[in-house]
Design a protein around this ligand. Structure first.
Ligand code: ZN
Length: 335
């Protein structure tokens, strides 16, 4: 048999009754005199206002943290002033165009670069190619050059660890086995990573054919990040510049520097055209950055040499690293 009362008519009435019953029950409940005195006491009011303030503060921090995480926070860890070249265009995109934050740790003074300083001798009025002069004066000159190049790319803060740049070597153990104060470098990196809570660390791809200092800087960054608590760990990537016309050379790595895939996982195209008549590209920014390192004569020849920044993902990374890095590069590559 069908009901003569529509469902829509019944529900509001019973709901209203329920509400009245609840209100009436609570209004009849009176606190005891002892409880009333306690609720009016100075101590109680103070604790209550402190708890309310704390709750407000926690909500504000949570909102701030979620907003801050919307923009990537990146730390570059490199051996020499000018190594930022490897990810210069990606850095510019993140720091200047995506509203992210990029800091940089430069481990050595870069004074071994005196051999390439002939053209800069007149520019700086210093006989930089004389080894004793170059080693004495280049640390400060290269520091200033790195700061100016960092300004071009939008780097927020530089940390100079002032380790000696003795000479070119292919062996990372020369730096890690006593050439650098590796313990001090690890401590600086750990404190910085813990304090700043970076989302990503960019390093140089540690191929065995490349400068041992580059390899050593990357090893220290990967090891330090891996030793952090799971929730604090940034995603560590290694970069190598290349040419779009040439397939990247596969890389596998060893131990801590093993990578998720022999081919790069991500790429940014410096040559991607944009702007008026599609006449602009990010090689222009990279050239601005190169030009700041005037003491490094041979480095100036790298203008226009590479049009891709390729990134490998280390296997020694927190869960979800591929997804996190994927979102970053999706934003970086957005037109
Ligand atoms: Zn270098």
């Amino acid at each position: 048999m069908k009901s003569s009362i529509l469902p829509g008519q019944l529900r509001p009435v019973s709901h209203a009754v329920e509400l009245v019953r609840c209100r009436s029950a609570s209004s009849n409940r009176r606190p005891s005199p002892i409880l009333r005195r306690f609720q009016q006491s100075h101590w109680y009011l103070q604790v209550r206002s402190s708890l309310l303030y704390l709750a407000f503060l926690l909500v504000a921090i949570a909102i701030y943290a979620s907003t801050a995480r919307a923009q990537p926070k990146v730390l570059l860890v490199v051996a020499h002033p000018d190594d930022e070249y490897y990810f210069a265009a990606t850095t510019y995109r993140i720091a200047r165009e995506l509203g992210g934050t990029v800091d940089q740790v430069i481990i050595t003074n870069g004074e071994a670069g005196f051999k390439y300083s002939a053209l800069a001798e007149k520019y700086y009025s210093v006989e930089l190619t004389q080894e004793a002069v170059g080693r004495a004066r280049l640390p400060e000159l290269r520091r200033q050059e790195a700061l100016r190049a960092g300004e071009v790319l939008g780097i927020r803060q530089h940390y100079f660890l002032n380790e000696c740049d003795t000479k070119f070597t292919l062996d990372p153990k020369e730096a890690l086995g006593g050439g650098w104060d590796a313990r001090s470098v690890r401590r600086h990196l750990r404190e910085l990573m813990e304090h700043e809570q970076y989302d990503f660390i960019f390093t140089l791809l540690p191929r065995s054919e490349t400068h041992g200092h580059h390899q050593a800087a990357t090893i220290l960054a990967v090891e330090t990040a891996a030793a952090l608590g799971e929730l604090q760990r940034p995603v560590v990537l290694a970069a190598e510049p290349g040419l779009g016309a040439t397939a990247p050379v596969p890389f596998t790595g060893h131990d801590h520097t093993a990578v998720a895939s022999a081919a790069p996982s991500f790429e940014f195209n410096r040559s991607r055209p944009f702007g008026f008549k599609n006449a602009l590209n990010y090689n222009i920014v990279v050239n601005w950055m190169i030009a700041e390192h005037k003491s490094q004569g041979m480095f100036q020849n790298d203008s226009g040499k590479h049009d891709r920044e390729r990134f490998w993902l280390f296997t020694e990374n927190p869960a979800g690293a591929l997804d996190r890095a994927g979102k970053l590069f999706s934003a970086v590559n957005q037109q």
